[in-house]
Write a protein that binds this ligand. Sequence first.
Ligand code: UT7
Length: 351
Amino acid sequence: MIRTQILGLGSYVPDRVVTNSELPFLNDRHERQETQQSETNDEWIAKRTGIRERRYVPNDGSVATSDLALQAAKRAIADANLEPGEIDCIILGTLSPDIHFPGTAVFLQKKLGIADRNCACFDIRQQCSAFVYGLQMADAFIKTGMYKRVLLVGAELHSHSLDYSTRGRDVMVLFGDGAGAVVLGPQETDDPRAGVMYTAAHADGNGAMDLYLKIFDIAKAPYVDYDARDREQNQAKYPQMDGKRVFLNAVRGMVMSTQAALAKTGLSWDDIAWFVPHQANLRINEKVVEVAKIPADKVLNTIQFYGNTTAATVPLTIDYWRQQGKVKRGDRILASVFGSGFTWGAAIFTF
Ligand code: UT7
């Protein structure tokens, strides 16, 4: 039978490290100021979120989401011992697209130098759940023979859409820039546990306005009716979140999808090498680990130094820990995600 295999993995984060101590001094262009710009501090952020630092792109307009995606994609393609021209499908998850349309996947395709190749390009809009949603799509495409080499990328540029004033501090402290990518392809095998073994994707639109970013309102004409430079009227350009509702639903969604993944596959934690949860808040992950009774030594996190990179968190975390020598080829991973929408899900796959 045909199973989907992860052929390569890559990730990328920009060089600039922004610590919790520096964050309160940044203005809306994330430039460091002499005086404090927002009322937040290292102690609060570390205690409530586990985050100590995050990465930001330069603010000179030189880097877009597709550039972050490109770096991660190149590394994943090289890791798979392939050339970009061998990719016949790109699935790109992001909530920070380069522009409104077309989708960012076509910009990535062009930057990969394969714009003239027969390569399908999908953008998917599942925020922090994009990796599991995209993996499910890629798995279906590969098993049906629709595509043979699928590049799945999660890439986010958050630092340009955060409110660096006290008003935006609950959201602003959480997010960072980064990208992660995998290349997937078919494998002929009799092993029912090989490759991508399980994916499940869920959504509950009742939570749509618990974490959202409007920017524009297409029902209205004009669909942008605020002065983006005016602090009093430009809230539509920043993410809005009911943190407590997101927190509770995240714990519930990730616990339920993790438990379902094991129940439906008949696997136990003895069969799983690593648990890779979405990286939104270390306290969410600690609660999930406690409630779902996950062995603590199997849990991989990167939120402490990358913050929440939404669509990128799962491949970025796996790649980080591979570089540290923990994750090895052939390890079986259970990933569980939750994000805006609400959307959530889980996947079990060997790396
Ligand atoms: O991928 C999904 C994306 N998002 C998430 O998963 C986020 C889920 N939610 C969370 O992570 C947490 O709800 C937060 C980290 C956002 C907030 O933590 P919390 O423990 O729920 O704090 P809170 O909202 O109850 O706020 C407690 C206090 C409030 O002050 P008062 O009313 O007690 O005086 C807030 O105004 O902390 C204040 N506060 C802050 N103080 C310093 C909120 N944000 C900050 C901040 N720095 N950044």
